[in-house]
Design a protein around this ligand. Structure first.
Ligand SMILES: NC(=O)c1ccc[n+]([C@@H]2O[C@H](COP(=O)([O-])OP(=O)(O)OC[C@H]3O[C@@H](n4cnc5c(N)ncnc54)[C@H](OP(=O)(O)O)[C@@H]3O)[C@@H](O)[C@H]2O)c1
Length: 333
């Protein structure tokens, strides 16, 4: 073992407004001893997720993160030593390692991962981001060739994969993202048909121009006013896959959109369904097979945003919430 101490980042205070680096502090602890049923992990990559911020509000699909604890977060790690059957030194795993260099984690909360190169793909296209895009679009959205698919946070980790899968399925694909540079990149590099820069001030009109035949599938990563604009432009029997609501995570949730929703859902016979990627894990093998074949065929480009250094994790999360990233943001330890 290279170090004798375990550097950690603690959440020292739960934010009531916008998240800042003052809500975190770096600490040092002893490297933990695994108990029976646990494995000791050396963390290699920490996943940065919009949901990290949502967990600070309260319990979601997991318990809330509390002040004065190691900040929670998914990570790819290598087993250092094991007191659990089925895990051995050198194995690669995914689990909630937290923002720290070493973690002792119950084996039942870990998923064994293949040792692939680059390892970062285990957090992006073959990790939660890729699987969320795959199941949310194909199982919840159920797009058909020729239909119009709109995705928000389109240049992010989930959204950039959603749009590309929708193209593979023969759809007209519209990405909503912040800023001209991201919008240009979605079209020139990822093959999106059209984009809407929601920071440009006229998103509703731009959406109508980008999706002239209306929207059949809306993959919602953001909620709020963008969800409202999309609902208003949905076609009869359209599907909305509710993946997340990032516009509501950082600070006090807005009192704006979506407004007028129930009436439109009835009249247009819309299906609006929330989902959590874990619901589909029994079908993970098929999803990974498809994702691997699309990557190998050059139909699915993997975009990653890797930042080095545990100490940069708080600022990297703040930056993700502000839209700094393209594709999957993660920290390399
Ligand atoms: N349901 C599930 O199982 C599941 C699993 C994983 C993730 N998710 C959800 O997927 C979504 C994407 O999360 P991620 O972690 O992959 O992050 P990400 O998409 O890589 O990054 C977040 C992006 O959201 C955009 N954004 C930030 N504030 C916004 C706002 N107010 N309005 C519109 N866009 C905004 C930013 O891009 P711009 O520059 O375009 O603003 C930013 O780059 C989140 O809602 C997350 O909760 C759900």
């Amino acid at each position: 073992m290279a170090n004798s101490t375990n550097r950690q980042i603690l959440l020292v205070e739960k934010p009531t407004g916008k998240l800042s680096t003052d809500h975190f502090k770096m600490a040092e602890a002893a490297i933990p001893e695994p108990k029976d049923g646990e494995v000791l992990l050396r963390v290699r990559y920490i996943s940065l997720d919009a949901a990290n911020r949502a967990w600070m509000h309260g319990a979601t699909y997991r318990s809330a993160v509390e002040a004065n604890t190691v900040m929670a977060g998914g990570g790819i790690a290598e087993v250092v030593s094991s007191k659990a059957p089925g895990f051995a030194a050198g194995d690669i795993v995914f689990g909630d390692t937290g923002w720290q260099e070493y973690a002792a984690v119950p084996a039942k909360h870990l998923s064994k991962m293949p040792r692939i190169e680059p390892m970062t793909h285990l957090l992006s296209v073959y990790g939660i981001a890729g699987l969320t895009a795959y199941f949310g679009l194909l199982h919840v959205g159920q797009p058909k060739a020729g239909e119009t698919v709109v995705v928000s946070a389109a240049a992010g980790s989930v959204g950039s994969i959603v749009g590309q899968i929708a193209k593979i399925k023969g759809c007209h694909v519209v990405g909503i993202a912040g800023g001209k540079a991201k919008c240009d990149w979605l079209k020139s590099d990822l093959g999106f048909d059209a984009t809407v820069d929601y920071k440009d001030g006229a998103a509703f009109k731009a959406l109508r121009a980008a999706a002239p035949k209306g929207i059949d599938v809306y993959f919602d990563n953001v909620g709020g006013d963008i969800l409202e604009a999309c609902i208003a432009q949905m076609n009869l029997r359209g599907r909305i896959a509710c993946c997340g609501a990032i516009s509501q995570y950082d600070g006090v949730p807005s009192a704006t959109g979506p407004r007028g929703v129930p009436g439109l859902i009835v009249v247009k016979r819309l299906i609006m369904q929330g989902f959590i990627v874990m619901d589909y894990m029994d079908q993970r093998d098929q999803a990974l097979k498809d994702l691997q074949s699309w990557v190998a065929a050059g139909k699915l480009k993997v975009q990653e945003d890797v930042i080095a250094g545990l100490e940069n994790t708080p600022q990297a999360l703040i930056g993700l919430l502000a839209g700094e990233n393209r594709g999957k943001r993660m920290i390399k330890l």
